[in-house]
Design a protein around this ligand. Structure first.
Ligand code: ME8
Length: 722
């Protein structure tokens, strides 16, 4: 492992306010950075904001401000959000900064001087939302975001991307560690093998960008501009000796952590730009999956975002960090819900780790006046716990360093449960009549010294993730300031046996108080009070504009874009499902309660006579039904089932199987490619041994003949019907 470590987050567009999706990638980086620092590795953790381009220019206009003012305001929100969440960036790059502009211009000139940039003309489709060129006819839908592309016809500078097809494939082959997870690697390999076309790297139809040196009516393509932040922030483009030395020392980056949707930019364009400029390539690009809310990607344009602050204000920053790292296997998509968050919080933090700390600290105060006793002669039980702790440390390190944060925490929580079980089995608070006072005192000393040591080891390991609580616990365990310990590289030498007898414990302090029934309401209320749209937050009126005016302006979330309300029945379930913590800290409590798995389902066509008298339903009833647009990608008959078809449908964010009772009326091959409406949140059901995950909608005509619901307009996959 190198003695210095440089890791970056994507730099976020300033046309959206920070939300949990952004916080997720940034929190993962923060946890990695904290661990590296505590291991004594000189670490540089860089986030920032991406402020140029057409969509920012348009959003600023909607907000009634200049692009510079608008960008500054939203960029500041990102910075404040990271501060509020207690993140520890070492720098924060804005693409409107002079140091960045200098570097981008130098990179552009270098590429041009080395013969990799030439002038040509481009007529084609452009997705303003993704700031990406798309192959296709006018009117083509962007395959990434589902918006209609715009026809662009401009004289442009082109980058000779086609020259890098072979060099990139060779590089991927010789550097298997360059990109992960495997799904992303496969996608990139197939994209590059499919052939690379030269890439337009300048625009003339707007001016909010970095001018091309010597030809100022062009601005540099926003992705070339943005990707360069990783080098400009470390000194590239500045000629003073200090900047040069800094760049030498910190480049190449060890990890570019990104969301999976921007892998092509990071794994194809970026390495090609760097190869062309003669600059070393980053060591690895690691992609997180998507955080889903209500089963679709949390994103401003869908309007289904939650702000990290709403969670932090109610349950604390550690609850959020723990949930994101524990609940979602890194690299895969994972669902966020207030319900699951509260279950994890109560189960793993309040009743798990928090309760263990409180038992240990309170008993050491109660029985030993707050000073760690000498353990005395150990028994098999203590040997077993210490072996377990040592194995846990090794396993935790392995998993964490392999980006398996969920596995790492799971391992650690086995030790929480083991230590808890050890305390309960030995019950130092209970003296059986036949035990002498001396024997009981010896047992108390042995058991509490051992449990305290296990708690110390656990706390040190969990510090990169639960830093705020670890800080409190470290003081309670009489270890002083954990931030100071981190500066002294305490994780490097952490081993079982470091807690000295006689160490004076600090006062017990509450940690992870149980979340009560109102926690979800409070988070939800905080959400409702806050505009999610950057334009709205900046004083604009995007929510009131006609949709046509905001297409591709990423401003379509509008003021209506609030996180949907939780059902009160669910809230009750989340809180009540967790057994109450024991009244007394010494008593054992329930261990972690697993969070619910998102339920989805299947069904044949719904055939409901429209004329039948039915009681009216409220909007709250309707909102429970999640209707979404899906596209049929596979349709086939099921042997021995005359009425059923097996369909595979694509919701944009996931593919699933649905069984539908329409085989008598539809030829399966004619259904492929058709966009339909499905009920996406039905509980799964088995039919003929196959699981069906949803139900498609159809009008029921005379004799029960179905007519599938569909659209005249082009609608993106996954869009919700409301
Ligand atoms: O793409 N789940 O910026 P952006 C997980 N400016 N991660 C999410 C997420 C979600 N639901 N939503 C956002 C850009 N993210 C460019 C990047 S880099 C040189 C330029 C995170 O504001 C994730 O890291 O659209 C994703 O890649 C990033 O935010 C996109 O942020």
């Amino acid at each position: 492992m190198s003695e210095r470590f440089y890791l970056t987050t994507p730099i976020y567009y300033v046309n959206a306010r920070p939300h949990l999706g952004h916080a997720y990638s940034t929190i993962v980086c923060d946890a990695i950075a904290r661990r590296k620092r505590a291991l004594g590795i000189e670490t540089w953790f860089l986030p920032g904001t991406d402020e140029h381009g057409q969509k920012i220019e348009r959003s600023a206009k909607l907000a009634g401000s200049t692009p510079a003012e608008f960008a500054a305001k939203v960029s500041n929100e990102f910075r404040s959000s990271w501060e509020r969440l207690g993140l520890t960036p070492d720098d924060f790059i804005r693409t409107t900064e002079e140091r960045h502009k200098r570097g981008v211009q130098k990179l552009f000139v270098t590429l041009r001087d080395r013969g990799y940039i030439y002038k040509g003309s481009y007529t084609g489709q452009y997705c303003v939302s993704d700031e990406a060129y798309i192959d296709g006819e006018p009117g083509t839908i962007c395959p990434d975001c589902g918006r209609v592309t715009e026809t662009v016809s401009e004289e442009n500078y082109f980058f000779k991307l086609s020259a890098f097809e072979r060099p990139l494939l060779d590089y991927y082959e010789s550097h298997p560690e360059f990109m992960a997870p495997d799904s992303m690697r496969r996608e990139i390999l197939s994209f590059v093998r499919g052939g690379l076309k030269d890439l337009s790297v300048s625009r003339t139809s707007f001016s909010w960008g970095i001018p091309v040196p010597g030809d100022e009516k062009h601005v540099v393509y926003v992705w070339l501009d943005a990707l360069a932040n990783y080098i400009t922030a470390r000194g590239y483009g500045s000629d003073d000796a200090e900047s040069k030395a800094r760049f030498e020392k910190f480049w190449p980056a060890d990890i570019h952590l990104i969301g999976k949707e921007i892998s092509r930019f990071h794994c194809v364009y970026w390495p090609a730009f760097l190869m062309a400029a003669g600059i070393p390539l980053p060591r690895s690009v690691r992609a997180n999956g998507w955080l889903l809310f209500e089963q679709s990607k949390m994103s401003k344009s869908r309007g289904n975002v939650v702000r990290a602050e709403s969670v932090a204000d109610v349950l604390g920053v550690d609850a959020l960090r723990y949930f994101l790292l524990r609940e979602i296997p890194f690299g895969q998509d994972g669902g966020f819900s207030f319900d699951a968050l509260v279950q994890r919080y109560n189960g793993d933090l309040a009743n798990g780790y928090g309760n263990l700390v409180s038992r240990v600290v309170n008993m050491i105060h109660k029985y030993f006046e707050g000073a760690v006793p000498s353990a005395g002669k150990l028994t098999d039980a203590e040997e077993k716990l210490s072996e377990s702790a040592t194995a846990t440390i090794a396993e935790f390190n392995r998993s964490f360093d392999a980006f398996d944060f969920s596995g790492a925490l799971k391992t650690l929580w086995v030790l929480v449960a083991e230590t808890d079980g050890y305390l309960t089995a030995n019950a130092p608070w209970k003296k059986p009549a036949e035990r002498t006072d001396a024997d009981h005192a010896a047992l108390q000393a042995r058991v509490l010294a051992t449990a305290a040591e296990a708690t110390r080891v656990l706390t040190a390991r969990v510090y990169p993730i639960l830093h705020a609580s670890a800080e409190i616990v470290w003081r309670q365990l009489g270890q002083g300031e954990i931030s100071e310990a981190s500066k002294k590289n305490f994780l490097k030498s952490l081993a079982w046996g470091g807690l000295k007898s006689g160490t004076k414990f600090g006062e017990p302090a509450p940690l992870f108080p149980r979340a009560e029934k109102d926690a979800i309401d409070r988070m939800q209320n905080l959400e409702d009070q806050n505009p999610h749209s950057a334009v709205e937050a900046a004083g604009g009126n995007d929510g009131k504009k006609a949709p046509a005016e905001v297409t591709c302006g990423e401003a379509s979330g509008g003021s209506a874009a609030k996180a949907p309300k939780m059902e009160s029945a669910d809230q009750t379930k989340a809180v009540e499902a967790v057994k109450p913590a024991a009244e007394k800290a010494e008593a054992p409590v329930a261990t972690a309660i697993p969070s619910p798995v998102a339920a989805t389902s299947v069904e044949p066509v719904a055939v409901v006579p429209a004329t039948e008298e039915k009681p009216l339903i409220s909007i709250d009833d309707f909102i429970k039904i999640e209707l979404r647009v899906a596209q049929i990608i596979v349709a086939e008959r099921i042997p021995k089932a005359d009425k059923l078809l097996r369909l595979e449908v694509d919701l944009g964010y996931e593919k699933r199987q649905i069984l539908a009772g329409i085989a008598e009326y539809y030829e399966p091959e004619k259904l492929v490619g058709r966009k339909i409406v499905i009920v996406a949140n039905l509980a799964p059901r088995k039919m003929r041994g196959l699981e069906s995950h949803g139900m498609l909608l159809a009008a029921s005509l005379e004799g029960g003949v179905p007519a599938l619901a569909g659209f005249h307009e082009d609608v993106p996959l996954g869009a919700r019907l409301k």
